[in-house]
Design a protein around this ligand. Structure first.
Ligand code: B1M
Length: 207
């Protein structure tokens, strides 16, 4: 049985080789993907707490994130189900000014797993870029992620830009650590999801 605790420790240290090796070992041992993911997410929480307490700094946070991303890429095929005909087209991205993408990538994976055709615009995505992508792809669903209190207003600006462009038939789901249902109501988003798994339920309910 692979040591999942050691996987969490490897992510916290930013040891990519070790975390990839342990992730592969866990996959090979048929540990459920959700269980592996939970360990990885908990490790990133600890990284965030250490950063908050000034025990570590941005470079350490970055190498931990890199290790997590590599392990997440190994998990992706397990998280993404083999869907046949996509239920809907979705555009997702992290809003302007914000470079955090791990949570957004997780939502994208879960949406792919729920059989949505997902177009991932990446990070630091301007309202106009969201508008263009929704229009060009005739998307029915839009996902906006923000991890910083300072980038939350970009969610509001993006929702407003979509409305101004007459694209309000596309349902907007928002999320990210500082985002709340209250904020979603305030900015006129159609839905809020606290995590990637509930982003699937929220999207399904809206569609
Ligand atoms: Co940043 N960072 N960071 N960071 N970082 C946070 C967010 C912070 C909380 C750390 C802290 O102080 N404790 C803090 C924000 C404080 C605030 O505004 N309230 C912070 C800060 C301050 C900063 C910088 C300003 C630091 C600096 O430079 N001084 C800077 C900003 C850069 C920028 O974006 N312009 C910065 C930079 C970085 C790195 C680049 C080093 C790196 C990101 C690397 C990357 O993403 N590729 C990084 C990291 C790794 C973090 C922490 C440690 C981890 C984030 C993460 O990936 N978590 C984070 C602390 C923390 O959150 N614990 C922190 C794991 C991920 C699975 O969770 O993204 O929350 P999360 O996603 C969750 C939910 O939020 C939700 O689902 C996911 C779970 O299922 N969700 C959605 C997310 N998006 C969703 C969309 C949805 C629905 C749900 O619908 C569409």
């Amino acid at each position: 049985m692979p040591d999942l605790q050691e996987l969490g420790e490897a992510i916290k240290r930013g040891d990519r080789d070790q975390s990839a090796m342990l992730t592969n070992a866990a996959i090979a041992a048929k540990v459920p993907a959700q269980e592996i993911l939970d360990v990885m997410v908990a490790a990133m929480d600890v990284v965030g707490q250490r950063f908050q307490k000034n025990e570590i700094f941005v470079p350490e946070m970055l190498i931990a994130a890199r290790a997590m991303k590599e392990s997440l890429a190994l998990l992706e095929p397990l998280l993404v189900d083999a869907g046949i005909t996509p239920i809907a087209k979705a555009v997702i991205g992290t809003v302007e000014g914000d470079l955090h993408d791990i949570g957004k990538n997780l939502v994208a994976m879960m949406w792919k797993g729920a059989n949505f055709d997902v177009i991932d615009l990446g990070t630091n995505v301007s309202p106009q870029k969201f508008v263009d992508a929704v229009r060009d792809n005739n998307a029915q669903l839009v996902g906006l992620s923000a991890l910083l209190t300072t980038t939350m207003p970009a969610i509001k600006a993006t929702v407003a830009a979509l409305k101004a462009a007459g694209l309000d038939t596309a349902k907007v789901v928002i999320g990210g650590a500082p985002v709340t249902q209250e904020y979603a109501d305030e900015v006129g988003a159609d839905g809020y999801a606290p995590d990637a798994a509930s982003a699937v339920n929220v999207a399904r309910a809206l569609l």
